[in-house]
Design a protein around this ligand. Structure first.
Ligand code: MSP
Length: 519
């Protein structure tokens, strides 16, 4: 049997701003999915990177009085440092200023010129200089001839440009989206795209003669390739330049909803034009707002990377990953990052549920049974075994459909809550008072430990740091097996992994409860 490939990407981030929660969020989601697929045993390739061309970047460099190259080097390094601090597990980090990228972008565009899908034409109409975007007459009118982003007046331009024959791919694209419901998700985003395609697709300008900070148009140094076109190619250049073409087509592009159109329409059409297979799935998540309002530096609710670092320092990386993954805007609605919600999630899910249950079970097992799974476990009782089968099933389904919040709530969290309920009902702490009950106590605690073991496997992609610690305490070799690529989610989530004689140690709480200072 061959190992399936799983190629997952994030957007490549603009270097005109420093990393913030939005960038960390998308990359966290991709990291969780990459780790999950490694756990499944897939051959994972996880790509992220920085988008370094275009006017906004050149302007930002000019403002700082440094060369664009020096500027992009510095900001890209900032992203890489932030991602290292988050312990993200990307396999590659692409920068669009790297020769490996630029060379291939030119090759692709050359191919499109030769095939006639890119042609020299003339554009006459409205232009948003700040955004480097052409604006249709209708949109310009509704925006009162001002930029929708900066509010500055649009300019009227007439210029020679290279165009991509997007209109040619309208039917094929529409049919593909209609026939493959998984291609663009969630459904709200898919419908949005279909609605707009039905309004018709026009050819798009893909070059700029006014911005030299970009990849030169092959054969015409007067023009550079529009930054968005250059950027989209990263997903392909990163694997083709490294002899990893076996990873193409990508399995999953994770992006934010504001860049849906480029990824859902322009990118697949370009792939069709290049005669390359198109990616399997695009998932466009929604946005974080903060303390109930759109994030902004002037409102003081902007969650930049240093702010996330304070949460990571106070609560651990797992806590940040947990909050983002379990309560984030994966679905079609935005999510609110509030300090109170963060604390609540930490205390409720990590401290009181996962951490507390682990402490209770390992403590009792150590107190009553020397920390050893006993051979004599009294009457068999399959309550938790049944709960575990169901939780794993729910978890798998949720991960498969990218309903991460449901996957976690109905998978591992539901299972740990079952463990707590089971302890309350069976009361091993009372039974243990009479030595005659020890076999029964042993059976109860072995069931609990086994259920926690299975929960920890499901939780590991999201909260890998303390789940690795749990594996250490349970003397499970999973971390090194994972490292060595000997992974098997199926085997590890099957009931019966802990055997009589296995020892489990206790330790400090995995997630100590946080008590906010009294006001
Ligand atoms: N450079 C382009 C993408 C090119 S991909 C071929 C770009 N870069 S960006 O730096 O602006 O990053 C945008 C991405 O950051 C969004 O698509 C999303 O993944 C993430 N986010 C930015 N702000 C966000 C929130 N407030 N909330 C969640 N994610 C958001 O666009």
């Amino acid at each position: 049997m061959t190992t399936p490939n799983f190629y997952i990407t994030t957007p490549i981030y603009y270097v005109n701003a420093s990393p913030h929660i939005g960038h960390i969020y998308t990359t966290t989601i991709a990291d969780v999915l990459a780790r999950y697929h490694r756990l499944l045993g897939d051959n994972v390739h996880f790509l992220t990177g920085t988008d370094e061309h275009g006017k906004k970047v050149a302007d930002a460099a000019r403002e700082k009085n440094i060369t664009p190259q020096a500027f992009v080097d510095a900001v890209s390094a900032e992203f890489q440092a932030a991602f290292a601090e988050m312990k993200f597990t990307h396999n590659d980090f692409i920068r669009t200023t790297q020769p490996r990228h630029e060379t291939l972008v030119q090759t692709y565009i050359k191919q499109l010129i030769d095939s006639g899908d890119v042609y020299l034409g003339e554009y006459e109409g409205w232009y948003d200089e700040g955004q480097e975007e052409y604006v249709t007459e209708t949109n310009a009118r509704t925006q009162d001839y001002k930029s929708a982003i900066s509010g500055r007046p649009l300019t009227k331009v007439k210029e020679k440009n290279y165009f991509f024959r997007l209109s040619k791919y309208e039917d094929r694209l529409k049919t593909h989206i209609e026939n493959n419901p998984q291609f663009i998700q969630p459904d709200a985003r898919r419908n949005e795209v279909l609605g707009r395609i039905r309004d018709g697709l026009n050819d798009i300008a893909i070059s700029r003669s006014t911005e030299p900070w970009g990849v030169p148009m092959p054969g015409d140094a007067e023009h550079s390739i529009y930054v968005w076109i250059d950027a989209l190619f990263n997903y392909l250049t990163a694997v083709e330049a490294e002899n990893r073409s076996e990873f193409w087509p990508a399995n999953l592009h994770v992006v934010g909803k504001e860049i849906l159109w480029f990824h859902a329409v322009i990118w697949p059409a370009m792939l069709m034009a290049l005669d390359k297979p198109i990616y399997h799935q695009l998932y466009a998540h929604s946005f974080w707002i903060a303390e109930g309002r759109k994030m902004s530096k002037s409102l003081g609710n902007f969650i930049d990377f240093p702010k996330l670092q304070t949460y990571a320092n106070d609560f651990g990386l797992d806590a940040v990953r947990w909050f983002l993954t379990r309560y984030g805007p994966m679905a079609a609605t935005d999510a609110d990052f509030s300090h109170d919600a963060f604390i609540e999630a930490y205390n409720q899910d990590l401290a009181n549920t996962i951490g507390n249950s682990t402490s209770r079970v390992t403590n009792m097992l150590n107190r009553y049974l020397n920390g050893t799974i006993p051979g004599d476990q009294g009457e068999p009782d399959d309550t938790l075994q049944k709960a575990a089968v169901q939780a794993v099933d729910q978890f798998r389904g949720g991960m498969q459909t990218l309903k991460l919040a449901d996957a976690l709530a109905n998978g591992p969290i539901a299972l740990v809550q079952e463990v707590d309920g089971y302890i309350e009902r069976t009361a091993p702490f009372k039974l243990a008072k009479d030595p005659a009950n020890l076999p029964q106590v042993g059976g109860i605690l072995a069931n609990c430990a086994e259920a926690l073991r299975i929960a920890s496997v499901m939780l590991h992609p999201v909260i890998p740091h303390q789940m690795t610690e749990l594996w250490n305490r349970f003397n499970l070799p999973y971390a090194s097996q994972l490292e060595a690529g000997e992974t098997a989610f199926n085997a590890w989530t099957e009931w019966g992994g802990l055997k009589p004689g296995d020892t489990l140690s206790q330790g400090d709480p995995l997630y100590p409860r946080y008590n906010p200072p009294k006001a």
